[in-house]
Ligand binder design. Structure first.
Ligand code: XIL
Length: 408
């Protein structure tokens, strides 16, 4: 009983802390793009940040897989703040170990948020490229390639784009023009530096496995009609003639209906000559599901259409299927060494499958959605404030058993 109460009270404090941070971030108008500040991954516990872990730089993830695929990570804009900015925001002067890990462990990077439309497309004919530029400079300094995530998506898209001066919904012609301008503006600036582009993100509905519409939050579909997908790819081909063009989605390896829905869409696109060449599997998966065999089947299915496959946003949540959407507030869950061993085994088995599929010539890249557990978005999704431990480095930036398994 006593233990029960102490946990509950601790949780309550944690919960209040999150709310206060969130309100503070909203009203103080600080760091609008660094969403990590809106979450509760312990980002303010700076006493943990002081230690650097030199030994881990000896082994490198990307080198372990260099004969198979590029090994990438999503980089939080938070890691790339300058010293000046850190001072301004009262952050410690030293870099987090994640920054050194980002530079040394991966040969491919993607922005976790800074290349999304809401970060870049400020207003009609007005673009803010500071976030993408910053990551590109980092990539160049470290000899890394960079992906672009993402051109068209129903989330993290600025509201103005769907509205006219009176605040009414825009016409199809206007929206098409805005989208086209956007794709060309991004291509103009980055076409020589971006190896692959997520042209369309998350367009398949989870309800009926056809294109997502307005009821499912996609105004793109409602205003532009189903042909918006094809058009976005044709424009992207002109804007990024040298890059690989990707259609990206989640749960394709988890839900067979969705996998087949995407397959049908792609078959149609191929028949119409649409220049899509790669399917991106986000792979936000968990410790239990899906089985490796389903992952393998999914990669082979899209491979059978003559398409490449890449893994774009992988992490392995330690919560099981049943726990995923469960709103139980369990912020202070501690994870056992056994659980991390189990996670390591699962990472390893899945990466063995990736190697097989790379050898077959289908799988080209594997990208993890973040570096360490403390900065992972899984700390606030799908349950806000519940800590998760889905990545290869822990909450202090130290390597976990999964890192050891993959670099053996
Ligand atoms: C997530 C980021 O990790 C978070 O920081 C942000 O608050 C929300 O978006 N699918 C995607 C990614 O395509 O862009 C999402 O990234 C995770 C799900």
């Amino acid at each position: 009983m006593l233990i029960f109460y102490s946990i509950t009270i601790k949780n309550l404090f944690h919960y209040l802390k999150i709310k206060i941070q969130r309100i503070y971030a909203l009203f103080s108008n600080r760091l609008p793009k660094f969403r990590v500040f809106y979450n509760k991954s312990g980002i303010f516990d700076f006493q943990y940040y002081r230690k650097q872990y030199d030994n881990i730089y000896m082994k490198k993830l990307f080198e372990s897989y260099k004969n198979y695929f590029r090994f990438g990570a999503a980089i939080s804009g938070f890691l790339l703040l300058t010293e000046e900015e850190r001072k301004k925001f009262n952050l410690p002067a030293f870099d987090l170990p994640e920054k050194a890990l980002a530079a040394s462990q991966f040969n491919l990077v993607v922005a976790e948020n800074e290349c999304k439309m809401e970060s870049v497309y400020v207003a009609e004919n007005s673009f803010d490229f500071s976030g993408p530029d910053r990551l590109l400079n980092f990539a160049k300094q470290n000899n890394q390639q960079m992906r672009w995530h993402t051109l068209v998506w129903h989330n993290q898209t600025p509201e103005w784009i769907f509205k006219d001066e009176k605040g009414q919904r825009v016409s199809k012609e206007v929206l098409e023009e805005r989208l086209k301008n956007y794709i060309f503006a991004v291509g103009e600036r980055y076409k020589n530096d971006i190896c692959s582009v997520d042209v369309v993100n998350e367009c398949i509905s989870d309800k009926n496995f056809v294109l997502r519409n307005g009821e499912d939050r996609s105004l793109w579909f409602d205003i532009l009609g189903e042909e918006y997908i094809d058009k976005a790819f044709f424009w992207a081909k002109q804007a990024f003639p040298k890059s690989s063009l990707v259609i990206n989605d989640y749960n394709l390896e988890m839900v067979e209906g969705k996998r087949l829905g995407m397959y049908e869409l792609l078959k149609g696109m191929k028949t119409r000559g649409v220049p899509v060449d790669t399917v991106g599997l986000q792979m936000h998966i968990n410790i239990e599901n899906p089985p490796v065999s389903e992952i393998e089947k999914t990669i082979e299915l899209y491979g059978s259409l003559g398409l490449n496959v890449i893994v774009t946003e992988m992490e392995i949540s330690v919560y099981t299927d049943k726990e995923q959407g469960n709103n139980k507030f369990d912020a202070l869950r501690e994870f056992t060494p056994e659980l991390f061993e189990q996670q390591a085994k699962r990472y390893f088995e899945i990466f063995e499958c990736f190697k097989r599929q790379a050898k077959k010539g289908i799988l080209k890249d594997v990208v993890l959605w973040g570096i360490s557990d403390r900065l992972s978005w899984k700390n606030y999704f799908p349950v806000e404030g519940r800590n998760d431990a889905p990545l290869l480095f822990d909450r202090e930036g130290k390597p976990k058993p999964a890192f050891e398994r993959l670099t053996k």
